[in-house]
Design a protein. Structure first.
Length: 200
């Protein structure tokens, strides 16, 4: 068995799908959470000065979706079929695309942040939610790939959770509910699986 340590901030964000996958797959790992205030002391130690980082048998590996594919395979949460794996990857990368746009607003001056996030709501956030809902329907309506829980589902779950959390100023918590009810149903189903795994 691999010796695994996942290093990420003490938030959910990009590290959360891998954390959830390892919990769901009963895969032992060290969950190293970095406080934002201490990030400058850790940054230079990370291969590309970014997190998440998965340390496997002492060697650091970065890039969130590379990590997701690896732990997904360990936890049987990544499709073996090449086409279904492609569908899974498309969804994971799409979520990264839109999250990049949101993350870019984090350190903006307040008025600019408000205006930018309002534009994101009308444009990319609405577009990506809508297209993801369509992808869910193409996958059969329950899961995004392979008619089974995969890393794509965990990735969308984590993003939807952040949108509904109230943690993002100027992003109404009912945005997903209003625009894409099927993603809410999907979220609730995944949430029940996650809570069962975490509480077990």
């Amino acid at each position: 068995m691999y010796q695994l340590k996942l290093t990420y901030f003490d938030i959910e964000g990009r590290g959360e799908p891998a954390r959830l996958a390892m919990a769901l797959g009963n895969i032992p790992f060290e969950d190293e959470r970095i406080a934002m205030a201490s990030w400058p002391a850790h940054k230079a130690k990370m291969t590309f000065e970014a997190v998440p980082v998965l340390t496997v048998n002492g060697r650091q590996v970065s890039q969130s979706n590379a990590i997701n594919r690896f732990v997904g395979k360990l936890a049987n949460l990544y499709p073996e079929d090449a086409l279904q794996a492609l569908y899974c990857d498309e969804v994971m990368d799409a979520v990264d695309d839109v999250m990049e746009k949101i993350v870019a607003t984090f350190f903006m001056e307040e008025a600019q942040k408000k205006a930018t996030r309002e534009e994101l709501l009308k444009g990319p956030i609405k577009l990506y939610l809508t297209r993801l809902q369509e992808r869910l329907a193409l996958g059969g309506g329950e899961f995004f790939a392979g008619n089974a829980l995969s890393m794509a589902d965990l990735k969308v779950y984590a993003w939807v959770k952040s949108l509904r959390s109230g943690m993002l100023d100027y992003v109404p918590t009912d945005t997903v509910d209003r625009l894409t009810p099927a993603l809410v149903s999907h979220f609730e189903k995944i949430d029940a699986k996650v809570n069962n795994a975490v509480c077990a």
